[in-house]
Ligand binder design. Structure first.
Ligand code: LMR
Length: 342
């Protein structure tokens, strides 16, 4: 019996994610929670011929608690999205309180569930979630993930675009470590499998092209902003209508599918943003890097992260990018932790 709770399900990520969950046929129960619309979305999804029973809960009458009751997996996409000119950090003021309130209820209702945070800024909202669970005395780091899968998806996709021709993005596996915003996103092309035949000069725009604020929409759509600023490309292109939704739902679902596969006994690994000191193998990485929260490849088992894998050997240019990533990440982490400790 697998139940997933999607918190923020009426949003532009939550709704396509709920569709992917329902059509996948890997769930017995899907509960949706949001401040509007979810009873209707649930009814709509219930006309799809897969076995999952879908229910939708609004805030009145303890709706969040009802949505979370019995959940094995919780995915939080609730919160506001970026508009042009905003960074993910600009969302913290609003989204931090939303995450705290949701995790107060997670702690009370389903402390053993595996919780996945999509809500930005992930680098800071995951520490908020962790500190909320810790305050309630139920923090189990192996069961809390910041979802960074979209960076992994972009890393292989953008490299395949740069290779041109018939390169299939799915053919390449590129580890992406660090965090989920700007320079904290560090794709490790030196560890790509199979090797990607691009020079450092060709890889530079795939990883990070300076954000060309002055370029025309037409040019923007023809140009990649690189893995580090892929999110900005979508924000700009949507012209005020929000940020990534369908590709984020796709990536979130890929992560959730891995969790379910692990619960069914398969051996799986994915990159995710975790609290390193609490995950087996993570303490060494935390000591090496000097940060507690970091996205690394994790082996996933029935109870969440079973092992954080070492970051491996980096190229000289990746070492430089890591330094920048760590410096930004330290600020982001302390923003989240201080919010809860204030
Ligand atoms: C993304 O990477 O596309 C998302 O984190 C949304 C955003 O604000 O960029």
């Amino acid at each position: 019996m697998v139940k997933i709770s999607l918190i923020g399900a009426a949003g532009q990520i939550g709704t396509p994610l709920s569709l992917l969950c329902k059509t996948s046929d890997i769930f017995d129960e899907i509960s949706l929670y949001d401040i509007v619309h979810v009873p209707g979305i649930a009814t709509d999804l219930m006309h799809i011929d897969t076995r999952a029973k879908v229910s939708g809960y609004l805030p009145d009458d303890g709706g969040l608690k009802k949505a979370l009751t019995g959940a094995n997996i919780v995915v939080v996409t609730a919160g506001i999205a970026r508009k042009p000119g905003m960074t993910r950090d600009d969302l913290f003021k609003t989204n931090a309180g939303i995450i705290r309130d949701i995790f107060v209820q997670v702690a009370e209702t389903c402390p053993d569930a595996i919780a996945c945070v999509v809500t930005n800024p992930v680098n800071s909202t995951v520490p908020v979630a962790a500190e909320t669970l810790r305050k309630a005395g139920v923090f189990e780091p192996t069961r809390l993930f910041g979802v960074t899968t979209l960076d992994v998806v972009r890393a292989s996709t953008f490299a395949a675009h740069a290779l041109g021709g018939k390169a299939d993005p799915k053919h390449y596996k590129v580890p992406v470590i660090g965090g989920h915003s700007g320079a904290t996103i560090l794709p490790l092309y030196s560890q790509a499998e199979p090797a990607i035949d691009l020079s450092d000069e060709q890889l530079a725009p795939v990883i990070n092209r300076e954000f060309p604020g002055g370029l025309s929409q037409d040019h923007m759509l023809k140009t990649r902003l690189g893995v580090q600023f892929g999110g900005d490309e979508i924000v700009k292109s949507k012209q005020g209508a929000g940020s990534a939704t369908t590709c984020m739902a796709y990536a979130g679902f890929r992560f959730v599918k891995a969790l379910v596969a692990a619960q069914n006994g398969q051996s799986v690994s994915e990159e995710a943003y975790v609290y390193l000191p609490g995950v087996p193998g993570g303490q060494e990485i935390a000591a090496q890097l000097g940060v507690d929260y970091f996205a690394v490849k994790v082996e996933i088992g029935k109870n969440g992260a079973s092992k954080a894998l070492p970051i491996g050997n980096l190229s000289v240019s990746e070492e430089k990018l890591l330094e920048v990533a760590l410096s930004d990440l330290k600020t982001n982490i302390s923003t989240g932790v201080s919010f809860m400790r204030a």
